[in-house]
Design a protein around this ligand. Structure first.
Ligand code: CA
Length: 241
């Protein structure tokens, strides 16, 4: 298998940020999560967690309750306060003695919680449930973002109920964006993920297809949901630049 192929699949693997100050537990989680097909990033205190979230843009966060520098609950509050991470799935990890506090954790915006010691199966079930929800993949194999729906099986796209015709490249581009909403991708990352690593085209080609995609999905007066992030790339987003 050529190198690039694994790179493409690695981009579509969900990225988990493990926020845990117990090094042994963090190592165990990384090992098991990678074995289950996740990419793993780590932070060992609350402040580092916020930095890692901004830098690596994880798909889901496992957040230890008791952390040095800044508590898990404060990290969670900050995640919810920022528009870029408002919908980021967060699972709070508590010790048994903190169980009652976990309810408080849910009140501050954690999506779920799990009590130490936990089994990997229990953790994975919660993670997968949250990731399914955040990707908004319905049982019918649809991707939904804002007012756009993609039916992957039927190869149909609609916005606000209005059918949209996309060329094959724009369709794949849109599918990739819909699978990773709000995440910024560079032109090179988009080329690898959508065109494939063996295709050698200019990064500028991406701009051409983004332009076509915008023309197709944005009717007059509609919000442009493809965000251009200067010097960084593109993202599917409802927030203005
Ligand atoms: Ca801890």
């Amino acid at each position: 298998m050529p190198d690039g192929v694994s790179h493409v699949s690695s981009l579509s693997k969900p990225l988990v940020l493990v926020v845990e100050d117990e090094a042994a537990l963090a190592t165990m989680l990384r090992y098991n999560l990678e074995k289950q097909g996740f990419r793993v990033d780590e932070a060992s205190d609350g402040r580092e967690a916020l930095t890692r979230i901004a830098e690596s843009q994880p798909d889901i966060v496992l957040l230890d309750w008791m952390l040095p520098v800044m508590s898990g609950i404060e990290v969670c509050r900050q995640i919810r306060r920022r528009s870029a991470t408002r919908d980021l799935p967060v699972i709070m990890v508590t010790a048994r003695t903190e169980d009652q506090d976990a309810v408080r954790g849910l009140n501050t915006g954690a999506d779920d919680y799990i009590t130490k010691p936990f089994s990997m199966d229990a953790l994975l079930a919660r993670m997968r449930a949250l990731l399914r929800r955040s990707n908004a993949v319905t049982a019918k194999g649809q991707l939904v973002f804002h007012d756009i729906t993609m039916d992957l099986a039927a190869h149909r796209v609609s916005r606000n109920g209005r059918p949209i015709h996309l060329g094959p490249t724009e369709f794949r581009l849109m599918e990739f964006f819909m699978q990773h909403p709000r995440r910024v991708f560079s032109r090179e990352e988009l080329l690898d993920a959508v065109w494939g690593p063996d295709i050698h085209v200019e990064p500028r080609t991406v701009d051409v297809h983004i332009r076509r995609l915008r023309k197709s999905i944005n009717a007059e007066g509609e919000l442009d949901i493809v965000r251009t992030v200067r010097a960084a790339g593109y993202a599917l987003d409802t927030e203005p630049v």
